[in-house]
Design a protein around this ligand. Structure first.
Ligand code: GLA
Ligand code: GLA
Length: 664
């Protein structure tokens, strides 16, 4: 199978989405000249071009795209060519209203924006396949083509009748018989027993709390239905050009798609990343989703979209201050990206995104944003040969699973304040601040190469995952487990004892007798070998062999264990029954990491300086508010400046260094 290396060929790809259909052809010549000046090597074309390519059903117009691809190729710019199937033209919805999605309450989601398709609609799929076939046949051998890009940010949901029929077929595959389905969904509850398959619907708007197992299966189904759309287009493209890698771009940490399942079907994992430049923890969000992208890819990945400055979809949209775009782009390279691209090349003057930043802003090349984009192109050109294709070193894994996410965020739970993504972010932040580079991993994945594995919270764990965790600890691993983990099985049936019995044995716990969620802003003092305040959640916990490292000091749970540690086989398993405040969580995870024999990517750095090792290189990234001076052992050369040095290096605000070990 082709992969990202087939497109990068030892470089870091640099560029962005290019939407030339919004401009007269005279502008294209200027675009290409400025792209070259800015070091652009790759543009993504055609993402939203369906109405232009097929103005009427079966009537195609490829002339403009022929000219564009030839122009780009003549300038040495590679093309990531998209299938335009994320935004069907009005004629499709007008002639075939059944291709339009329906919301939970049965209302139609109309055209006039984008993404108005039902993934289960055979008519939509037929038209999507036809335009894909045309593109693949025409451009599969075009010399400008480096990669295929399918659709865009798959993320639609639909509850229509066609979806209902598709959902039933999917359920028949998964559960076999109606009896099995009734058992898996626990339909004895509230008289929900199904006597015929035709009675089953997607979970539409209802009077009160809907069946949680049905909601869980619907989340799984929706991810699979969209994936079928992806793989159908992928197969057409691969048939015409088997050597050209195929990708689709995901929204970062997106709830709607099981990233682990999707990544297996993609030649290249590509992510769109938009941290808020106005958020002090924007860089941490970047690091988290970059770690996720690398882990999904199992190696280098593509940053398909980011913004040079402001986006247009937050309530308040701030631009990036000088240097931040470069810093966050280099952060992505440090964490495994071999392609750094933007939405978009030239800022639109019309349409919903005319206030969204671009590489070439409305005010043109005199704009700082353009100058910085051009300088970044030069930086990446220098780094490419040293970086492209090399691995990132991570000895810690954070376990993440969409099934657990879906099952844990349904109504009718002990606390609505439990937010899966917020919790993952908090745990990842603790490791990030301590410069422990972290992979994300599926709970059933092979974990043996990690010294430390952490579970912020996985409400749902399958039998396979539980056996895997036990094996990991027994054979010498260190596992730190957060609260509300191992509570339910694969169909959201409660496992008795508060935590599954196998996991309790690993953790040295007798039972979790009560969940004791805390109110917003409420904290519980905990004392022991660590003193801290717990937030969000607490538990009435009984140990069976585990040592208690901290106890609840006040309130109803006073005296009961809060944090425990247990030797199991050759390994160690910790349990945190509350969420320590950020500094304390960092201290606890740092301690567990130290006891597991783990070292951060670099020691003794000033706060705010991120360190990541990729191949033989050390990336230093200054996210702090001012200049930072870092003490380093030995001799090095900064590949960004070509400067050699010994000992300390000073990073400006938003400054970065990419250091290669050197001899004096
Ligand atoms: C109501 C209903 C019960 C049950 C309880 C739960 O009283 O009648 O069926 O749902 O709420 O509190
Ligand atoms: C997403 C989409 C792009 C564009 C950007 C704006 O990433 O894929 O088409 O809408 O958001 O931030």
């Amino acid at each position: 199978m082709p992969d990202l290396n087939d497109a990068t060929r030892g470089r870091i790809l640099y560029g962005g989405d290019y939407n030339p259909e919004q401009w007269p052809e005279e502008t294209w010549t200027e675009d290409v000249r400025l792209m070259r000046q800015a070091g652009v090597t790759s543009v993504t074309v055609g993402v939203f071009s369906w109405a232009r390519l097929e103005p009427a059903p079966g009537a195609y117009d490829f002339g403009w795209l022929d000219r564009l691809l030839d122009l780009l190729h003549g300038a040495g710019i590679g093309v990531v060519l998209a299938t335009p199937t994320a935004s069907p033209p009005p004629w499709l919805g007008h002639r075939h209203p059944e291709t339009l999605p329906q919301a939970e309450n049965g209302t139609t989601v109309w055209y006039g924006s984008r993404n108005q398709f039902c993934a289960s609609s055979p008519t939509y799929r037929r038209h999507a396949a036809a335009i894909t076939e045309q593109l693949a046949a025409r451009y599969g051998a075009h010399p400008a083509l480096t990669m295929w890009h399918v659709n865009n940010e798959y993320g639609t949901h639909c509850w229509c009748d066609e979806t209902a029929a598709h959902f039933r077929r999917w359920l028949q595959d998964r559960h076999g018989t109606l009896e099995e389905l009734n058992s898996a969904w626990g339909t004895a509850f509230w008289s929900q027993h199904y006597a015929e398959w035709d009675e089953i619907l997607p979970p539409r708007q209802a009077q009160y709390i809907r069946n949680p197992a049905q909601l869980l299966d619907f989340a799984r189904f929706t991810s699979d239905a969209l994936l079928e759309c992806y793989t159908a287009e992928h197969a057409i493209l691969a048939r015409h050009s088997p050597a050209v890698p195929v990708t689709t771009n995901h929204m970062p940490f997106w709830r709607g798609q099981d990233g682990w399942a999707w990544a297996q079907q993609q030649d290249v994992v590509a992510l769109d990343i938009y941290p808020d430049p106005d958020n002090a923890l924007g860089a941490q969000h970047g690091a988290l989703v970059q770690d996720l992208a690398r882990s999904l890819a199992g190696g280098p990945w593509m940053l398909m979209e980011q913004a040079t400055g402001a986006v247009n979809w937050r309530p308040v949209n701030r631009p990036k201050p000088a240097g931040l775009n470069r810093l966050w782009s280099l952060q992505a390279v440090a964490r495994g990206a071999d392609a750094i691209c933007f939405f978009q090349w030239r800022q639109s003057r019309q349409g919903a995104e005319k206030f969204h930043s671009a590489m070439l802003p409305h005010s043109g090349t005199g704009n700082r944003v353009y100058r910085e984009a051009a300088a970044l192109g030069a930086d990446l050109d220098r780094l490419g040969p040293h970086v492209s294709g090399t691995p990132v070193t991570a000895e810690t894994a954070l376990l993440h699973d969409w099934d657990a996410w879906w099952a844990s965020e349904q109504p009718g739970r002990p606390s609505e304040l439990l937010d899966y993504q917020e919790n993952v972010t908090a745990w990842h932040r603790a490791l990030w601040e301590a410069n422990h580079t972290t992979d994300l991993a599926h709970p059933a994945a092979d974990l043996t190469r990690y010294r430390l594995v952490v579970i912020p919270s996985l409400y749902l764990l399958t039998d396979t995952a539980l056996d895997n965790l036990a094996h990991y600890v027994r054979t010498g691993g260190t596992l730190v487990t957060g609260y509300f983990t191992g509570v339910a099985d694969h169909q959201d049936r409660i496992r008795p004892g508060g935590v599954d019995a196998r996991l309790r044995e690993v953790l040295g716990l007798a039972a979790v007798h009560q969940w004791w969620p805390l109110n917003e802003g409420e904290t519980l003092r905990c004392t022991g070998t660590e003193d801290f305040h717990g937030t969000l959640w607490a538990e009435e916990l009984e140990t069976a062999g585990a040592e208690t490292l901290a106890r609840y000091a006040d309130g109803e749970l006073a005296g009961l264990p809060a944090v425990t540690r247990h030797g199991y086989g050759r390994g160690t398993a910790w349990y945190l029954s509350t969420r320590p405040e950020p500094d304390a969580l960092r201290a606890l995870l740092t301690r567990a990491a130290r006891e597991a024999g783990l070292h951060p990517a670099a020691e003794q750095l000033p706060a705010g300086v991120e360190a990541v090792r990729r191949g033989e290189l050390l990336f230093l990234l200054n996210h702090g508010p001012q200049q930072a001076s870092c003490e380093l052992p030995g001799h090095w050369e900064d590949l960004l400046t070509g400067t050699p040095g010994t000992g300390s290096i000073t990073l400006e605000r938003h400054g970065a260094a990419v250091l290669r070990p050197a001899t004096p």
